[in-house]
Each structure stands twice: as C-alpha cells, then as structure tokens.
Write a protein that binds this ligand. Structure first.
Ligand SMILES: [Zn+2]
Length: 308
C-alpha cells in the first residue's frame, strides 16, 4: 500500500509519512495531516495509552472512532478483533433497525477493515492463531478462515494484494514462492481453545511446511502421524495394544461423533499406501483433503480438552 491510499479514518485527510524526530528515533509511520495520530497500513487510527496499572494499551480505530482491536495488558488482539467483527456483523444485520445510509456505510467500512486486519494478523503470525478461549469467537475465526481460503473476503476481488505481488516479484524464486504463498493462504488452520501439547504442535508445523513446499506424500504421511497421535492421546494412551480402529471407537460419542469417527478411520486407511508402496504419488488436492481432514479431527479433540 502506498502513502497516497492512506487516509485518516476520522477526518479523511491524507496521512503522510514524515520525519518526526523522537529523540534519536526517526518515525516513518504515516500520520493524519490534521493531527489525529498515526494511521496503520490498514487505514486504522492507532492510539496508545498507559493504563493505571502501568501497562500500555494500544487501540486501532476505524470510522466514528469505532475500536477495531485492542492489545496490551489484559487485552488480546485476536479476541478483541474477532469480537469487533462479530459485533459489526450483528449491527450490519441487526433486526428491524433503521440505519441511515451513512451509518450503514461506516459499519461496512469498519467491518471490511476489521477483516483485513484479521488477515494481516494471520500473515504476521505465520498463520499461528493464538488460542481463543471463547467458543463463539473460535467459531467466527473458523468461518473467517474458511472465507479466506475460498478467496471470498468481503470487498476484496483478489485474495492477494499488491503488496504480495511486489514481494513475490522481488524474490528470485518467484514461482516457488508464489506456490508456497498460495498454499499458505489456503492451508488448513487450527482454531483452538488452548495450545496443543508440544510434540503435536511440532508435528503440525512440520506437516504444514510439507504442504506449503509441495511435498504431498510427506503431507499425507505426517497427517497420518498426527492423526494417530491425537487419537492415542484422546483415548488415554493405554499402550494396551489396541488398534487404531479400536481406539477410535473407544472414544465416547460426546467427544467424537460417529460421522467423525468414520472419517478418522477413512483418513487413516487412505494414507496406508504412503507406508506400503514407495513411489506412490498424491495430488495437491488429495494432500489438502488429508491435511484438512486431520486438522478438523485435531480441532474437535483438542477443543474438548482431552489431549495430554
Ligand atoms: Zn484525521
């Protein structure tokens, strides 16, 4: 995004990047010409306040001073951002409320900005969404990720930006990087209520790299390892020689429904070829289906709090 497109959401004035000396620091942030403050890459107005307890709280606001996200101290960016999206969606679809056109436009603007902010949060964190305790926010996150993968971000024609294109063309490995980025933008993501046990989380990062790099046999193989591990953990890992199928069926229905049990078993058996025949190939879509199927099972089991 260049400077021209950055305007202050509060007054509509251009935001310029200037040399604002702050001690020895040179500040390259864009600032509202009318002095409202710093404007972020997403076109939000940034303010930082010191709370009574001494910690700093940062806010990013859109039109009408609407806070889009807040972080620092007790505030978590993912939670506050998702809550804003949820509230704005409700406001937008609000029942029987007469909203004038201008207000409706501002809500729409704020919603779009909030979703863009969420996407940037994912980009910056390499798609590692922090744990989200609240179930409705977790469900919203999963929905947004789904939208993101399908390239249907509201108001965005393309799922990638000019920034992305610039970045790709500046790299020597344009094609590889582009493929990597394309897969990264659509890969399965975990939306969890708390962190995974360390070995599982490591394995998840590995399968993800396999997938992003186009190593599809590796993706299917690693997905299988994760699936077996997560089922073992969920079933209490009794080491009594139970087979995978037995362990899956031992899980109570409240933890994993029959439909998902069948899915887990199917995923496991479909991946058998990886182990039993060298040279077997998997297409990108097959690898994706395995990976996303396993990610789904991991999410269900992890969010019911049964992994150790
Ligand atoms: Zn302004």
């Amino acid at each position: 995004m260049n400077d021209k497109s950055l305007v202050c959401p509060q007054c509509g004035a251009d935001a310029h990047r200037g040399l604002v000396a702050d001690g020895d620091e040179v500040d390259w942030s864009a600032r509202c010409a009318n002095g409202h403050g710093e404007v972020t890459e997403d076109g939000l107005l940034l303010t930082t306040e010191k709370a009574a307890d001494g910690y700093e709280v940062t806010q990013e606001a859109g039109k009408d001073g609407r806070v889009i996200c807040r972080y620092g101290g007790p505030w978590k960016i993912a939670d506050t951002l998702l809550q804003s999206i949820l509230d704005l969606e409700r406001q937008r679809l609000g029942p029987g409320k007469t909203v004038d056109l201008l207000s409706a436009k501002k809500i729409q603007w704020n919603l779009k900005a909030a979703k863009r902010r969420f996407r940037r949060l994912l980009n910056r964190s390499n798609n590692n969404l922090p744990p989200i305790e609240d179930q409705s926010l977790r469900e919203l996150a999963a929905e947004l990720l789904d939208e993101y993968r399908k390239g249907m971000w509201t108001g965005d024609d393309a799922w990638y930006s000019d920034d992305d294109l610039m970045r790709w063309s500046q790299e020597g490995f344009f094609q590889e990087l582009k493929d990597y980025e394309l897969r990264k933008s659509r890969e399965p993501m975990l939306v969890l209520s708390k962190l995974l046990p360390e070995p599982l989380s490591t394995a998840f990062h590995q399968v993800r790299e396999c997938y992003r790099n186009g190593l599809f046999v590796g993706t299917v193989g690693m997905s299988r390892v994760i699936l077996e591990d997560v089922v073992k953990r969920a079933s209490g890992d009794l080491e009594d020689g139970s087979s995978f199928v037995q362990m899956v069926y031992r899980l109570p229905e409240s933890l994993l429904q029959t439909r998902d049990k069948q899915k887990a078993i199917r995923l496991k058996f479909d991946s058998n070829t990886v182990l039993h025949a060298a040279g077997v190939g998997f297409s990108e879509s097959e690898a994706f289906l395995h990976f996303s199927g396993v990610a789904e099972i991991v999410s269900i089991l992890a969010n019911k709090g049964t992994l150790n």
